[in-house]
Design a protein around this ligand. Structure first.
Ligand code: CUA
Length: 324
């Protein structure tokens, strides 16, 4: 991203040029109109100021040609804005039939990008070993995102591509684009969705078409690496599934209870009973989060059943056990 707020964003998709053009035209026309109208007003205020008590108002009523001009010229501009906007809107809403389909799920507070036939959602390592959701797309090919939400309304926004669409629970919404520049670009959530809304980020990575398959395979593999301990792999899982957006690694509370010293502890539940936080309890809390709610918390965690596999789950539990 550029440092100067005056510099326009990179234009990295097939939609960007035209939308920028319309935006610049709108800004220019409304800016010039503003100066003309307000400037004329001040000029008339000065020119026709009442100079004395018996100063008479002009007897002129109207000027047909002038009034026609100030109605017709803005009307022409409005038609240009409408037709340009409508053409872009139709284009934005009609993905080509041969688009690559990728599933996007929004939930508090992360994005999941699922590729057909791949076992886990795509992620990438960003600075400081943090892990972010990753959307890999090939340059120059149409991509259609089929999007839905597991909880509240989110909004999927790639500024460099000039595409943005609400992601709504209980229905599918779509965006499509053809990326035109190689590189990494940020993805934002632009609908306020709760505490961690501002950190609901992801990365879109545009790669050469011939590298696409390999990049997707690399991004959708979450396995224990060579020489990596189960706990180290578990920490990766903890970040890849964005557990950190709700659970701290020490004992302090966030949206949910902290994981520090959790293992082996006796938890008081909302229904008045208590349970020992062993492997079975932790596993159940990941797969069926609403089965046992800890006293003082609300049931708002989504289930990870079908998303996390047994290896990852074991590693995650090992990691939680290691947190003191
Ligand atoms: Cu999701 Cu804001």
């Amino acid at each position: 991203m550029s440092d100067s707020p005056w510099e326009l964003l990179p234009t990295a998709s097939n939609h960007a040029q035209s939308l920028d053009g319309l935006y610049i035209l709108l800004t220019a026309v409304t800016g010039i109109s503003f100066v003309l109208v307000i400037g004329t007003m001040f000029y008339f205020m000065w020119k026709y100021k009442m100079k004395s008590e018996d100063d008479k108002t002009s007897p002129l009523t109207h000027n047909g040609k002038l009034e026609f001009a100030w109605s017709a010229i803005p009307a022409i501009f409005l038609m240009v804005f409408f037709v340009w906007g409508e053409l872009d809107f139709v284009k934005l809403s009609s993905p080509p039939a041969d688009s690559i389909d990728i599933h996007v799920t929004g939930q508090k507070w992360y994005w999941t990008f699922e590729y057909p036939g791949r076992p886990v959602a795509a992620t990438t390592e960003v600075e400081d070993g943090e892990i972010a959701p990753l959307l890999v797309v090939p340059k120059g090919q149409a991509v259609r995102l089929t999007m839905t939400s597991k909880d509240v309304i989110h909004s999927f926004y790639i500024p460099a591509f000039r595409v943005k669409k609400d992601v709504v629970p209980g229905r599918y919404t779509y965006v499509w684009f053809e990326a035109t520049e190689l590189g990494d670009f940020p993805v934002f959530c632009t609908e306020y969705c709760g505490d961690e809304h501002s950190s609901m980020l992801a990365v879109v990575r545009v790669v050469e078409p011939e590298d696409y398959k390999a990049e997707v395979a690399a991004a959708t593999t979450l396995e224990q690496g060579e020489g990596e301990s189960l706990e180290q792999f578990g920490e990766k899982v903890y970040k890849a599934f964005a557990c950190n957006s709700c659970h701290n690694t020490d004992a302090t509370r966030k949206v949910g209870p902290g994981f520090g010293g959790l293992y082996g502890k006796s938890e008081n539940l909302a229904d008045g009973s208590s349970v020992e936080a062993d492997e079975n309890y932790i596993r159940e809390s990941i797969m069926e989060p609403n089965a046992k709610i800890v006293a003082g918390y609300t049931p708002q965690m989504p289930s990870f059943a079908g998303q996390i596999n047994d290896e990852q789950l074991n590693a995650l539990i090992a990691y939680i056990k290691s947190l003191k």
